[in-house]
Design a protein around this ligand. Structure first.
Ligand SMILES: C[S@@+](CC[C@H](N)C(=O)[O-])C[C@H]1O[C@@H](n2cnc3c(N)ncnc32)[C@H](O)[C@@H]1O
Length: 368
């Protein structure tokens, strides 16, 4: 039986993946200080020994595997990138609490054999590699062999473009670990969408007005079947007169982006960025959603509205959870117990379960 501790446990994506990978395990403790996440954790997995704020934990129970997907806020490109220096007092510097607890475990000869880290891809970027190397060297000094790799959820069965850095550390100098090979994506974003989604999820006319300033390419224009009254065709014809996308039979949304053409076409079932599009590339993701964050305010999905017109809407919480690899049976246990804000946050903070399951399936653990 593998004894497990989930640090920064969230809703327990780690545990869900162990279950799915059929690895016999027992979660002996978790550390999670958010009351909503820890209550969702218990709804999903049952009662757990939550030790709360990691800073207040003196010693962890003995275990074989510690997981630590520590806060990425200060490492992520989406944040201010204040980093995770030991004395920086940032959220991401909570990593060094793991070091403190490893030191305690070392003193009583209880170092876990396995460690699993997850964080944003930026942790191995030029900006942070030096600091990450310090962490790698530290683990090495404790006897761990480290294997890390950036994996994208879309390569492991889920239509979300989500790149994350995973690291397996094994306390055995002869250890070897190979990350799972990518598989073909057979699921499309549309397969994970709900039917008859409440109107409140559709972007308002006001928001669309804001997107439709195509003169200076700030925003989106609803294509074809919808021609906003406040625009003349000259306003949006600057790029599209020779392209598909303006004929009455077409069914696109034209999204400005920072490419030579200046726009991309989005169809029903595509994911789109909905803010600062003209400054970005890849604003339309075919049959896929961009990375889910802790709120869904910057992304949308192209869908038909109640009048069967092409439109853009926010994802529902259930869709977000599905896009993090949760199945409806599990989602049903938590979905009505929290506000949408909390549900989005839990999803965006998580790890795509399918990716972790694939990692665990790679003949990793030896235990008795
Ligand atoms: C990136 S998320 C990890 C989510 C997790 N992997 C999951 O499966 O849902 C980081 C988590 O650390 C938690 N956290 C932040 N500060 C903490 C602290 N001082 N002690 C324990 N947990 C903390 C957050 O509430 C959040 O749930």
């Amino acid at each position: 039986m593998l004894k497990v501790i989930e640090l920064f446990a969230g809703i327990g994506c780690q545990r869900e993946a162990l279950k799915r990978a059929n690895i016999e395990h027992e979660v002996v403790a978790i550390s999670e200080n958010d009351k909503y996440a820890s209550s969702a954790y218990e709804l999903l997995h049952g009662k757990v020994n939550n030790l709360g704020d990691i800073k207040k934990i003196e010693k962890l129970p003995k275990a074989d595997l510690w997981t630590y997907s520590f806060p990425c806020t200060d490492i992520s490109l989406a944040g201010k990138m204040r980093g995770f220096n030991k004395d920086s007092n940032t959220h991401s510097s909570l990593l060094w609490e793991v070091q403190r607890l490893l030191e305690v475990a070392k003193a009583s000869d209880e170092l876990p054999k396995y460690l699993l880290m997850e964080n944003v891809k930026n942790i191995v970027s030029k900006k942070f590699m030096q600091l990450f190397q310090i962490w790698l060297d530290y683990l090495h000094s404790l006897g761990y062999k480290n294997f890390y790799k950036v994996l994208n959820a879309r390569d492991y069965g889920i239509p979300q473009n989500r790149e994350r850095c995973f690291m397996i550390s094994i306390r055995d100098e002869d250890a070897h670990y190979e990350f799972p090979k990518p598989i073909n994506l057979t699921k499309k974003l549309a397969d994970l969408l709900e039917k008859n989604v409440d109107e409140k999820y559709f972007l308002s006319e006001k928001l669309i007005t804001c997107f439709t300033d195509m003169k200076d390419r700030h925003g989106l224009i609803r294509g074809l079947r919808f021609k906003p009254k406040y625009m003349s065709s000259a306003d949006y014809a600057f790029t599209i007169t020779t392209h598909a996308g303006y004929r009455p039979t077409d069914n696109y949304i034209i999204v400005p982006q920072a490419t030579k053409d200046g726009y991309a076409l989005a169809e029903v079932g595509d994911g789109v960025y909905t803010n600062r599009c003209p400054t970005k590339r890849g604003v339309v993701q075919k049959s896929m959603i961009p990375t889910l964050k802790t709120s869904v305010s910057d992304i949308g999905v192209v869908d038909n509205d109640k009048d069967k017109l092409i439109s853009i809407r926010r994802l529902t919480p259930r869709e977000c959870w599905r896009l993090m690899g949760w199945d409806d049976n599990q989602i049903d246990k938590a979905i009505n117990k929290f506000s949408n804000t909390q549900l989005y946050k839990m999803a965006g903070n998580g790890i795509v379960v399918d990716v972790l399951e694939a990692i665990f399936n790679q003949a990793l653990f030896e235990f008795s």
